[in-house]
Ligand binder design. Structure first.
Ligand SMILES: NC(=O)c1ccc[n+]([C@@H]2O[C@H](COP(=O)([O-])OP(=O)(O)OC[C@H]3O[C@@H](n4cnc5c(N)ncnc54)[C@H](O)[C@@H]3O)[C@@H](O)[C@H]2O)c1
Length: 409
């Protein structure tokens, strides 16, 4: 039996707690042995769930680093500002890991999603010939955008980061992944913050949804997003994010909307990140990609991808199947994706991609410790060995996106 991987969780918020549940469902493969978080209720919650020894519970990640190593791996799930937001930050992380021979995995959940992998498998097998163009859409979801990018943690670039990095780094990563070894040479991008500005505030609207006389006609009403869910007994995300004290019931949600950030009128927030952005990319050999991030969508996170090749056209929406139209035979084939038969509900985030990510992460660590690389951990091994190359491609890309440049790099 492979050894059980011991893990320290840094940042016991949404992500840290969610990934920690892998240990609850697969106790032979992962054990959470430490937690660091300044919020007492968050770290105590994790301590209780995983029966963590008191001496391994910290109120700051820095305190945890003062101890001798006591875990095989660390999951870093702190707010963006604390771990990476600039190309320089990323370079430093990579070089420190390389110097200390530490395996580094970036949490690009969609790389481990069966639909993304099936697309990659078909492309590599030549199912559509040579790739000419990738068209990819990320629908953020109208209320999700209001929650995270107007009222929430990722609303303000100075406090967090720009929305393309916060939300769509996964999509830019997927485009690079599907393009294989072809490097991106040129980028152009435009984006804007539509609608969620003071000038769009409806007449008679109040500063808080609970006091607002026109709230019923507002799609972004906090009552609709949080209170109505809570009234139906639903207290998971996004309602759980609003109840920042650890107690999550109707009273706590109501109080949070009365006084906290999530009860604010969306037209009166300190948000500045863009709600819609397009990114055009040109790759070695001339292939192109067009990516759209869109806030104003019904669906949330159900990506749509069309890839145009010299011998066929590939299409996938959400989890698949992946459809391929063959120009030679004029036939369309639907390829099912290799979904796992069972995914624990705690790890169903990103349509189950949270589970696939953790499964691959723990496999990679386990196999790596046995020095027997296998198919499952291939991407994590590749990450470790080629992370520098990936950064060379991604870092200038993001720098160019920030400046909306069209010049080659
Ligand atoms: N890869 C993905 O799919 C994905 C999805 C959502 C968010 N994220 C990213 O994950 C990270 C965490 O997001 P989240 O939604 O869990 O945020 P969160 O706010 O729910 O959690 C962050 C936690 O970090 C804690 N923290 C703050 N300062 C700390 C310190 N000094 N030491 C230790 N802990 C500290 C906070 O108290 C909080 O509990 C962010 O960078 C976010 O952009 C990734």
């Amino acid at each position: 039996m492979p050894p059980c991987v011991t893990v320290l969780i840094i940042g016991a918020g949404c992500r840290g707690k969610r990934y920690s549940y892998f240990a609850v469902h697969f106790p032979n493969r992962m054990k959470v042995v430490g937690v660091a978080d300044p919020r007492a209720f968050a770290r105590n919650d994790l301590q209780k769930i995983h029966s963590i020894d008191k001496k391994n519970v910290f109120n700051d990640w820095k305190v945890a680093t003062e101890r001798e190593r006591f875990a095989d791996a660390v999951i870093i799930a702190t707010p963006d500002r604390l771990h990476k937001v600039t190309p320089e930050d990323c370079k430093e992380i990579v070089s420190v890991c390389a110097a200390n021979n530490v395996m580094l995995a970036v949490c690009h959940v969609l790389r481990y999603y069966p639909a993304s992998l099936k697309i990659k498998e078909l492309l590599d097998a030549g199912a559509i010939g040579d790739i000419c163009h990738i068209q990819h859409l990320e629908p953020v979801g109208f209320w999700h955008f209001a929650h995270s990018f107007v009222r929430g943690n990722w609303r303000n670039e100075a406090e967090s980061t720009f929305s393309l990095l916060a939300k769509s780094c996964h999509d830019i990563d997927l485009i690079n992944f599907w393009m294989g070894d072809k490097r991106c040479l040129k980028v152009s991008s435009f984006g804007s913050l539509s609608h969620f500005t003071n000038e769009h505030k409806p007449k008679g609207a109040a500063s808080r949804c609970l006091d607002c006389s026109v709230e019923q006609t507002c799609p972004y009403s906090a009552k609709k997003i949080y209170l109505q869910r809570a009234e139906k007994g639903y207290f998971n995300w996004p309602v759980s994010v609003v109840c920042n004290s650890g107690v999550c019931d109707i009273e706590a949600v109501t109080e949070a909307l009365r006084s906290g950030p999530y009860g604010r009128c969306v037209y009166e927030c300190d948000n500045d990140v863009v709600s819609n952005q397009v990114v055009n990319m040109e790759f070695e050999g001339g292939a192109t990609a067009a990516f759209t991030m869109m806030a104003f969508t019904e669906r949330l996170g159900t990506r749509k991808t069309t890839i145009y090749g010299t011998k066929g056209e590939l299409f996938c929406a959400g989890g698949g199947p992946v459809q391929v139209f063959d120009f030679c035979t004029r036939e369309k084939t639907a390829y099912p994706t290799n979904k796992s038969a069972f995914i624990p509900s705690h790890l169903m985030g990103h349509d189950g991609a949270d589970y696939y990510l953790m499964d691959s992460f723990i496999s990679a660590l386990t196999v790596s410790s046995l020095c027997q690389p296998c198919h499952k951990c291939r991407d994590f091994h590749n990450n470790r060995h080629s992370i520098k190359a990936a950064m060379v491609a991604e870092v200038p890309l993001f720098r160019h996106l920030i400046h909306h440049s069209t010049s080659p790099f």
